[in-house]
Structures are given as structure tokens and as C-alpha cells.
Design a protein around this ligand. Structure first.
Ligand code: ATP
Length: 345
């Protein structure tokens, strides 16, 4: 178990910069999710950490020791990739014991470790099963057990759950997180699924175009996104154009939000507010008013779409708070200051 430090790590493929000067400190025992849209450089960064790709610049350190030039097989990392790459001609136990066997571990110790790992991934007694007779979720667990066989310093996973159906994926997210907490192993997972990142991570690293846009705990990323890119990528949000009045207060749709202050020098900005934070009321004189365009009743929640200040704002309510409106009605829209995040445009 170890901590990882990335110092100015970059990767160029010809004229394309896939990873651009990434600096990150991952304390021992942290669960990190690298999150971002397709092509933002997540996999390339993970492959450099794994030693499968040489950085074009920068350094990688484990517990302060430089591992930049160290070969993959000498890094002692456990890896699970999207394809899983289980050996089809070996049974479950043989797959898990593979790394132990090539290290010359005694047969009885291999057996003990396989049983221990199968218990850990909730597959006791499955050692003799052929891998092609397993379900997707079971295969996933075998791949995880195999990667953990030699007690790796770092556990690296690239989209490990993407082949599973939605329900199983959610169950496996919880399982993976619980397993990681039990073992206390520093884990880095690449995903493009923000729910997955929110479920599992201590530290979410949002990447865009090869850069880290924000690295923070999930709730901080959700509540205090660093910019519009992060705000729009994590969960859904409303983004409204803001201007600044002479006292520095935010103005949206001609209405002053008295408790939302724009920093000096920032005359135009955007306001991010989550749908569950938008309060709907009867229209009030001088307050922000909009027109309901659509209501979507999802059973547990109701989404109200409102045209306001030149954009569409979504408000999410519970059935108990259900606004008594239909499409076409006017409605008061309250944006509580404590839920408003001011972002540079
Ligand atoms: P995805 O979620 O689609 O897997 P990603 O965020 O993991 O995307 P990367 O696979 O790291 O993105 O790719 C980042 C950029 O680097 C992309 O533009 C990709 O085309 C490019 N790239 C990746 N590997 C190579 C390579 N071996 N040669 C050339 N370009 C590459």
C-alpha cells in the first residue's frame, strides 16, 4: 500500500497532447476516480501510472521514490482493464493464482491465498469453475481477485464495470468501494460515469482536454464546481448568465440577487445552481418570474422546466412539494444564495 505523486506528467502523441502537465498527490489508501469525457486523457494517464506508456515529460513517484523509468512488471501494481483478459483455458483458481505461480509461491500457499481472495470477492468455492461458465459480475470479481493476488502497492482499473448492465454495475460499485475500504489499498479507477465516481471515490479528478479541471472530494465537486465544464459534467445543473450591479451584486434576468456577490473585476459570469436547490413559489413583485414549459413526473421526483432569464431552468421537487402548476403558468423562481455558485464565463 502506497501513495502516488504525479509531477508535471505529460504525454504527447506526435502533435497531439493527450495529457498536459498533470500534477496530483494521492495519499496512501485513497480511492481516486479519473473522470471526464471521451478523449480527455484518462486512460493515457492511467497507462503511464501503470508503466504501459512512457511519459513525454514529468515524474511519477511512489512513496517519494521515482518510478518513472521502472518497468510495469517491477511496479507491483494490480490492474483490471475493461476487457478483463482472464485466461480462458484456466479455471477461476488458476487465473487468480497465476501471478503467485510465476513468482514461485508454494502450492499450498497459493491455494490458501486463492481461497482468501475468493471469500473477499464473494465467490467462495468457485476455484474449480471454468471462467467461461461465469456471469459478467462473477468474471469481474475474478479479475479483481487476480489483480489483488500479490497484494499490490496500487490498484489500477480502467472502466472495469462498463460491460455490466446498470443494476449489476451499481451493485459492483458498492462492492468495489467496500473491498477497497477493507483492504485500505490506494486505488485509481478510470470512468466516464459520474455516478460511479460519486459512489466510489474519496477524490474525484475531473479531466478535460488533457488537463485536471478539478480534483476534490465528490461532494465538493458537486457543490463547488471550479468551472462551467465541471458543473455541467457532474450531475445536472442550471447555468444562468449573470451581470454585476454597481454594488457588486449579481443580476440575473434583470433581478438583483442581493446575497450573491460577484468578485470585483468580474462583470459578467455564470451562475450554477442544482435543480434540487431551485425553489418554486407563487410569482412575487420584483422577484424572478418564469413560465412553466413542461412537467416531468418521474414518480419519486418531479421536474419542472421553466423559461426564465432567456434560458430553461429545471427545478426538481418531491411529490409532497409538487408545484401546483401546468405548462403555460407563470411561476416565481427563488435561487437561494447559499446554493448559488458563481463561475467565470
Ligand atoms: P475514452 O473515455 O474514450 O477511453 P480517454 O479520456 O481515456 O477516452 P485517452 O484514451 O487517454 O482518452 O486518449 C486521449 C487522446 O490521446 C485521444 O485524442 C486519443 O485519440 C489519443 N491517443 C491515445 N492513445 C494514443 C496512441 N497510442 N496514439 C495516438 N494517439 C493516442
Amino acid at each position: 500500500m502506497s501513495g502516488l505523486t504525479l509531477e508535471g506528467v505529460s504525454k504527447r502523441f506526435g502533435s497531439l497532447t493527450a495529457v498536459d502537465n498533470v500534477t496530483l498527490n494521492v495519499p496512501q489508501g485513497t480511492f481516486v476516480c479519473l473522470l471526464g469525457p471521451s478523449g480527455c486523457g484518462k486512460t493515457t494517464l492511467l497507462r503511464m501510472i501503470a508503466g504501459l506508456e512512457d511519459p513525454s515529460g514529468g515524474r511519477l513517484l511512489i512513496d517519494g521514490a521515482d518510478i518513472t523509468g521502472v518497468a510495469t512488471h517491477q511496479r507491483d501494481f494490480g490492474m483490471v482493464f475493461q476487457s478483463l483478459a482472464l485466461f480462458p483455458h484456466l479455471n477461476v483458481g488458476e487465473n487468480i493464482a497465476y501471478a503467485l505461480r510465476i513468482r514461485g509461491i508454494a502450492k499450498a500457499d497459493q491455494q490458501r491465498r486463492v481461497d482468501e481472495l475468493l471469500a473477499l470477492v464473494h465467490l467462495p468455492g468457485h476455484a474449480d469453475r471454468p471462467v467461461n461458465k461465469l456471469s459478467g459480475g462473477q468474471r469481474q470479481r475474478v479479475a479483481i481477485a487476480r489483480a489483488l493476488a500479490v497484494s499490490p502497492k496500487l490498484f489500477l482499473l480502467d472502466e472495469p464495470l462498463s460491460a455490466l448492465d446498470a443494476k449489476l454495475r451499481e451493485a459492483m460499485q458498492v462492492e468495489l468501494r467496500q473491498l477497497q475500504q477493507k483492504l485500505g489499498i490506494t486505488t485509481i479507477v478510470v470512468t466516464h460515469d459520474q455516478r460511479e465516481a460519486m459512489t466510489m471515490a474519496d477524490l474525484v479528478v475531473v479531466m478535460g482536454e488533457g488537463h485536471i479541471r478539478q480534483a476534490a472530494p465528490p461532494v465538493e465537486i458537486y457543490r463547488k464546481p471550479a468551472d462551467s465544464f465541471v458543473a455541467g459534467f457532474i450531475g445536472s445543473t442550471n447555468l444562468l448568465d449573470l451581470s454585476r450591479d454597481s454594488s457588486g451584486r449579481a443580476v440575473v434576468g434583470g433581478v438583483v440577487l442581493p446575497d450573491v456577490i460577484l468578485p470585483a473585476g468580474l462583470d459578467r459570469a455564470r451562475l450554477s445552481i442544482r435543480p434540487e436547490d431551485v425553489h418554486l413559489t407563487a410569482p412575487t413583485a420584483g422577484g424572478l418570474t418564469g413560465r412553466v414549459t413542461f412537467l416531468r413526473d418521474l414518480g419519486g421526483t418531479i421536474e419542472t422546466f421553466i423559461e426564465v432569464a432567456g434560458t430553461t431552468v429545471t427545478a426538481v421537487s418531491t411529490p409532497r412539494e409538487r408545484p401546483d402548476v401546468t405548462a403555460g403558468d407563470s411561476i416565481g423562481v427563488t435561487l437561494p444564495a447559499e446554493a448559488c455558485v458563481v463561475l467565470k464565463q
